[in-house]
Design a protein around this ligand. Structure first.
Ligand code: ADP
Ligand code: MG
Length: 257
C-alpha cells in the first residue's frame, strides 16, 4: 500500500525535491524509542510515505509521532536536528531520535537551493544562533529576540524562506494569531508557486487549507492515511466545536463525569 500516491491534477507547483520516505532495509531488529512508536510500524506497513512536490501536512493527535517523523526527515536531509539551515550546527541538547539514520529519502531530479528546518519548540535557540552568526539581515534586519515570537516567525518565513527551497516545519502555528496563520498560508502558497517544497506538522485547520496540499493523518494506532481537508481531524473537531460551542462543552463536561 502506498500512502498519498495520487497526484492531484492541479498540484503542479512545488520543488519535488523529496519524492518519498521509507524505512531503510535491515532496521527491523532495532529496538527502543522511536522504533517502538506505532507510527514507525505504520510507516513500515505503508512501505513508503509519498510527499507532495509542493506541500505535505502531517496531522495527528499529540504524541502520535509527528515531531519524531519530521525531525527524522530533517536529519536524513542533513539539517541540524534542533532546527535552522543546513549550516546550523549548534546543539543545546542531544535528544534527537535515531530514526533519521534509518530513513531512506528518495529525491527528485532537482536539488533545493536553500532550506530551513523549523521546530517551534526550539525556535529560541535558532534565534540565538542567528544572532551569533551575525546573519540577522537575512531575517528581516532586527534580532529575532527583539520581535515577538509570532512576528519573528513571520520575519523568518517572509525574508529567509526563498524560492526553490525545502522547508520542514514543526507546528509553525504555535506562535501565530489567526491572522498570522492566514499570512503564513499565503506565504506557503507563494513559496510553492516559486518552486519550493514544504513538509509541515500542524494542528491548524487554517494552514491545512493550502490548496491541493496532501494531508497525511497519523491515527492513534500508527496507521497513516491520506485524507481530504474535510476529513482531517483538526478540521472536523474545530468545525464541530465552532458550530455550537455550548453544546460541545455540555457533552465534554458530562463525559468527564
Ligand atoms: N527522546 C524521547 N525518548 C523517548 N520517548 C520520546 C522521546 N521523544 C518523544 N518521545 C515519545 O514519542 C511519542 C511521539 O512524540 P512526538 O513525535 O513528539 O509526538 P507529536 O509531535 O505527534 O506530538 C510520544 O509519546 C513521546 O512521549
Ligand atoms: Mg510535536
Amino acid at each position: 500500500m502506498r500512502i498519498g500516491g495520487e497526484v492531484s491534477a492541479l498540484s503542479r507547483d512545488g520543488g519535488g525535491f523529496l519524492r518519498w520516505v521509507e524505512l531503510a532495509e535491515g532496521d527491523a531488529g532495532v529496538s527502543g524509542y522511536p522504533f517502538t512508536l506505532p507510527v514507525v510500524a505504520g510507516l513500515r506497513a505503508a512501505g513508503r510515505l509519498e510527499l507532495d512536490p509542493a506541500v505535505t501536512f502531517l496531522v495527528g493527535d499529540n504524541g502520535t509521532g509527528k515531531s519524531t517523523l519530521i525531525e527524522a526527515i530533517a536529519v536524513a536531509v542533513g539539517f541540524n536536528p534542533e532546527g535552522g539551515s543546513t549550516n546550523f550546527r549548534f546543539s543545546t541538547r542531544a535528544t534527537e531520535s535515531a530514526l533519521g539514520e534509518h530513513l531512506r529519502l528518495v529525491r527528485g531530479i532537482s536539488k533545493p537551493r536553500t532550506g530551513f528546518f523549523l521546530r517551534a519548540e526550539s525556535f529560541y535557540n535558532v534565534a540565538t544562533e542567528i544572532d551569533r552568526l551575525g546573519v540577522a539581515d537575512s531575517y528581516g534586519g532586527a534580532s529575532l529576540h527583539e520581535r515577538s515570537h509570532g512576528e519573528s516567525f513571520l520575519d523568518l518565513a517572509t525574508h529567509r524562506f526563498r524560492p526553490r527551497g525545502l522547508y520542514l516545519l514543526d507546528e509553525p502555528e504555535a506562535a501565530l494569531s489567526v491572522h498570522g496563520c492566514l499570512a503564513l498560508l499565503t506565504r506557503i502558497r507563494d513559496l510553492t508557486q516559486a518552486g519550493s517544497q514544504l513538509v509541515v506538522a500542524t494542528h491548524s485547520p487554517i494552514l491545512l487549507a493550502v490548496p491541493h496540499a496532501r494531508i497525511l493523518q497519523i491515527e492513534p494506532g500508527g496507521t497513516i492515511s491520506h485524507v481530504g481537508y474535510d476529513d482531517a481531524q483538526p478540521v472536523l473537531l474545530t468545525r464541530s466545536f465552532l458550530a455550537d460551542p455550548q453544546r460541545y462543552l455540555h457533552h465534554l463536561f458530562n463525559d468527564e463525569g
